[in-house]
Design a protein around this ligand. Structure first.
Ligand code: ADP
Length: 263
């Protein structure tokens, strides 16, 4: 099964995200307004003994709202992109140590670098956190151990492919495929994996934001994310990024660097 979302889905995802936050924020404001309303009535009737309790409640609600805006600001700052040509295999190699410490000992890590891999045009920090996010998902899918493979390769998406995938510009892409031999996902989960806040993990363990952030990053970089999964067999999440300049200046030095669309 495959999930490859379109631009409209991204807007939907962003809408759900902001909608969810607006809903929470509204609840907090309702808390403040409600407490103030009660205080006003208490003052009118002279029952002022429990005013401090309602003042505290209003303050706590306002504090939660302030915390939410702070998190939202941090989140939007994280989203700012600085796309540059990246040597993807070098970036993956620099993460190897951290990845080994992040996954459990019963998981074998296999890194398969690409052959003649072009540079990918993306934000290096965002790419790093995308790879970590996907690896953590892979780890969580293999509680009894297994194999995590991180593989890179170049692909050409031609005009024929782009015609059936309107979100894709034809051209060269660097693909980073993260494969696990874990529990896999049924179709109804694959359909929702990019939805913000969708998680099947216990409360406190999953935020449901990992894949939606990876998806947002890929789309903003002019790329995409595809998910292949089979219950009981495993999952491959493939991150497609626009190819730019080659790592080594070879015979195709005339190839122009690809500028990703979007902001
Ligand atoms: P989170 O990991 O916090 O739940 P994600 O957006 O990263 O949020 O993932 C959403 C859901 O997609 C997960 O809860 C899980 O059900 C499913 N999922 C993601 N990656 C994998 C994977 N490699 N194997 C199996 N299920 C996965």
């Amino acid at each position: 099964a495959e999930a490859s979302l379109r631009q409209s889905h991204k807007m939907e995802a962003v809408g759900q995200l902001t909608g969810g936050i607006a809903h929470d924020f509204n609840n907090m404001l309702t808390g403040v307004i409600g407490a103030m309303d009660i205080m006003k009535r208490r003052l009118a009737t002279g029952r002022t003994d429990d005013l401090p309790r309602f003042m505290d409640a209003a303050a706590a609600s306002a504090q939660r709202a302030a915390g939410l805006t702070a998190r939202l600001l941090a989140f939007s700052r994280r989203q700012s992109l600085d796309p540059r040509p990246i040597d993807v295999d070098a970036l993956i190699a620099s993460l190897e140590e951290l990845l080994r410490r992040t996954i459990n000992e019963n998981i074998a890590l296999r890194i398969v670098p690409g052959v003649d891999l072009p540079m990918a045009v993306a934000d290096a920090n965002q790419l790093e956190s995308a790879i970590l996010n996907l690896s953590i998902n892979a780890r969580d899918a293999m509680p009894d151990g297994g194999e995590l493979t991180i593989e890179s390769r170049a692909v050409e998406l031609d005009a024929g492919y782009a015609a059936t995938h309107p979100e894709v510009e034809p051209g060269r892409y660097v693909v980073i495929a993260i494969t696990d031999t874990g529990v896999g996902m049924p179709a109804e989960v694959i359909e929702k994996v990019f939805d913000p806040f969708f998680t099947t993990k216990p409360i406190g363990q999953g935020t449901g934001l990992g894949l939606s952030m990876v998806y947002g990053f890929a789309r903003q970089s002019g790329g995409q994310v595809r998910v292949h999964s089979q219950p009981g067999v495993g999952t491959t999440v493939s991150l497609y990024l626009r190819a730019g300049e080659r790592v080594e200046t070879g015979d195709d030095a005339g190839e122009a660097a690809v500028t990703p669309d979007g902001e």
